[in-house]
Write a protein that binds this ligand. Structure first.
Ligand SMILES: [Zn+2]
Length: 352
């Protein structure tokens, strides 16, 4: 087993004077109870995971730790990621969901030992990993699972589903996914892309599909989970809006947990991502997080307390961007119409 940590290349802002003595016991929650969101990024080889991670890292100056798993002896993925950014932990010579589970535990222990937490952790799973087996680590002390995002390459996916060598791996990823990102749409025939969508809908009904042949757009999406100085409601760069609707919904202040949960439950089934912080009548803060089918409202520990925000909701664009001379297509979801933003230029991405 090769387990190697590479020094971070971006700055950490230490915001805690907590003594380290309490942090070196792995089972005790570090960082005064603060939890770092973890995204599990799955998908078969060649689905574009490394490209997306590189884009995430290139677009942020916040500390994001990336755990890269590659079953091969040479960790090609990690070398690609590391070429541009430092905070990468390589997990080689095994798969983190099985033969290298100990390495994954060590990696999370290593993160917990840090004086300051990263803002976000992305675990790039090997192409053969079952994300469900990694979920418990993403929820271990100091961390909370943000979501399981599975990339599906539209040009190869139908074939992989029928290949006895790969079908089981693919099926496990489909079962574990909270959200699919359909990639390589520029390479896939329209037949393959349609077939990929159809398989996803049949095999994993109810899981939203983000259609993207644009790593920048996908990265923006993953990136939304990170905490930023401007607050969690940061909505990313303009190109995200070419193919998605981003709505900002006012949250009543104060609001009870039951009311906030009902508000989150009422979001459209196609909701790709949503995030917001609400204040309860007794002064507690509630964090709403949606990644595809994964929807949660949790009470924020004191260490994570932040001012209340609006709820930012991202859904697929229902209509291709309208030419300037034609009125925009009406929204099918009036509840999300407040301050809805629409891109003005046309996109080749046609959403299902
Ligand atoms: Zn495995």
């Amino acid at each position: 087993m090769t387990h190697r940590r590479v020094d971070r290349g971006n700055g950490i802002q230490v915001d805690s004077e907590e003594p380290l003595a309490d942090l070196d016991l792995g089972i005790i929650a570090p960082w005064d109870g603060r939890r770092v969101p973890v995204t599990l990024l799955g998908g078969y080889l060649g689905a574009g995971k490394t490209t997306v991670i590189n884009e995430v890292l290139a677009r942020t100056d916040q500390p994001i730790a990336v755990l890269v798993n590659d079953v091969g002896a040479v960790n090609v993925d990690a070398s690609l990621v590391r070429r541009r950014h430092g905070d990468t932990i390589e997990l080689t010579d095994g798969c983190v969901c099985c033969s290298l589970a100990g390495g994954l535990a060590e990696a999370f222990d290593g993160l917990r030992e840090r004086e300051a937490p990263p803002d976000h952790v992305i675990v790039e799973l090997s192409g053969i990993a079952d994300p469900a087996r990694v979920v418990p680590w993403a929820s271990s002390p100091g961390f909370s699972l943000d979501g399981v995002v599975v990339l599906v390459d539209a040009d190869q996916f139908p074939e992989r589903c029928n290949d006895p060598v790969t079908a089981d791996y693919v099926a496990a990823q489909l079962r574990a996914a909270d959200l699919f990102v359909l990639t390589k749409l520029d390479l896939a025939s329209s037949g393959d892309a349609a077939k990929s969508r159809s398989i996803l809908r049949d095999c994993a009904p109810g899981i939203p599909i983000l259609n993207s042949d644009d790593a920048v757009s996908t990265a923006s999406f993953v990136d939304l989970a990170t905490r930023r100085p401007g607050g969690v409601a940061d909505t990313g760069p303009a190109n995200l809006f070419d193919v998605h609707e981003v709505a900002t919904v006012a949250v009543p202040r104060p609001i009870t947990q039951a009311e906030f949960e009902a508000m989150i439950d009422a979001l459209p089934p196609a909701t790709l991502r949503a995030k917001g912080i609400a204040a309860t009548p007794d002064g507690a803060r509630l964090l709403a997080q949606v990644v595809g089918r994964r929807r949660s409202v949790t009470v924020l520990p004191d260490a994570e307390s932040q001012p209340a925000t609006d709820l930012v909701v991202i859904t697929p664009r229902l209509y291709p961007a309208a030419p300037a001379s034609v009125p925009a297509a009406p929204s099918s979801n009036p509840t999300l119409s407040q301050t809805r933003r629409r891109a003005t230029r046309n996109s080749n991405n046609v959403l299902s």
